[in-house]
Design a protein around this ligand. Structure first.
Ligand SMILES: N[C@@H](CCC(=O)N[C@@H](CS)C(=O)NCC(=O)O)C(=O)O
Length: 332
């Protein structure tokens, strides 16, 4: 039996690197295991869903889905906590984690598979991970298959000719807002990483490894770029800040990104699933967004709503959520 946890994942997977950074920050003994032929038998033995990351516990139990994994590990390893003491900040952190996982994934997936240069780069790296010793011909053939399969799947996150300009404008706008917020603090909620850092960072880190989005970050968002590096090995450098200290630059992110885009999209997606629709349209900040509904997201929205329902005293939180346009969606 292995001593520590085993994270079977990939450098190219936002949820895998998110979890790896979390384990590193918490100093939880673990091994990073690449998802390829060498780990195939172990993966098949423990995975219940065909996704990564897969965590195998020291007791030999397989667990999946990064958010519930982190929630479970926080109970086993409470210190240093990734939950800000300020009750408003703490819930906003959970909200931004969900936003990162689900909305940030649209930036990531879209930029990675929209243009030739990014497709070639990403498919090559994925193929090399899966077949590290393959000869050049085999590698090129496999990279071609990966590229074809992934490009064909961009619709899954809602990327299309219609939505591409919205996704790209949203990403650029987020970088501006995030850069202003991170100009005066190392992490989203102050001197140490919070749950939100892990979710949002996993996606933004991945975009940074790709040619097109990486150049956008490198070219105009120096504080985001520092955070991209910092979050690979996060450390507690200071305390969490209070909500009032964070609000001046965090509120615009909540309002313009989460409240104006992500929450209405989430609710429309959940409604379309409940009604058994094949496709849905929703107007996000004056622009029509159309896509097929995403099943997983309705489940994670349910988990976020449960977290909201568990907040004991909502008197100070609700006005913030209301002002940001997030309250109605959380009440469900
Ligand atoms: N909600 C899950 C998402 C995991 C996920 O979507 N993983 C992707 C890679 S980043 C995957 O394994 N997709 C299956 C595939 O690519 O075949 C989590 O947080 O762990």
């Amino acid at each position: 039996m292995a001593d520590g946890y085993r994270i079977i994942g990939a450098e190219m997977s936002p949820y895998s690197v998110k979890l790896r950074s979390y384990f590193r920050y918490k100093a939880i003994p673990h091994q990073w295991v690449l998802r390829n032929a060498a780990s195939q038998a172990e993966y098949e033995k423990h995975a219940k869903m065909p996704i990564i990351p897969l965590v195998v516990t020291p007791e030999g139990k397989g667990i999946q889905d990064s958010t519930p994994i982190i929630d479970a590990m926080e109970k086993l390893y409470p210190e240093p906590s990734i939950h800000p003491g300020d009750a408003i900040a703490n819930f906003i952190s959970a909200l931004l984690e969900e936003f990162g996982d689900e909305w940030g994934n649209k930036w990531m997936f879209h930029y990675r598979w929209a243009r030739d240069v990014d497709q070639i780069s990403a498919a090559g790296r994925i193929a090399r991970m899966r077949g590290p010793t393959a000869d050049e011909d085999k590698h090129i053939a496999f990279a071609g298959q990966v590229r074809a399969r992934m490009v064909e799947r961009v619709w899954f996150v809602g990327s299309s000719e219609l939505t591409a300009p919205q996704i790209e404008a949203g990403f650029v706008s987020m970088l501006e807002l995030l850069d202003a917020h991170l100009a005066t603090r190392p992490y989203l909620f102050g001197g140490r990483p919070a749950l939100a850092d892990f979710g949002l960072w996993g996606q933004i880190y991945e975009t940074w490894t790709d040619p097109t989005a990486g150049a956008i970050i490198g070219g105009g968002a120096p504080h985001v770029l520092d955070w991209v590096h910092r979050m690979l090995w996060p450390r507690a450098e200071g305390a969490f800040e209070t909500w009032s200290a964070l609000a001046p630059t965090l509120m615009p992110i909540l309002t313009r990104q989460v409240g104006a885009q992500f929450m209405p999209w989430s609710c429309a997606n959940a409604k379309a699933l409940a009604e058994g629709k094949e496709e849905f349209s929703v107007t996000l900040a004056d622009k029509v967004w159309t896509q097929k509904p995403q099943k997983y997201h309705a489940r994670s929205l349910g988990m976020l709503r449960a977290k909201y329902a568990e907040v004991a005293d909502k008197a100070a939180l609700d006005p913030v959520l209301e002002a940001a346009g997030c309250l109605a969606g959380l009440r469900g």
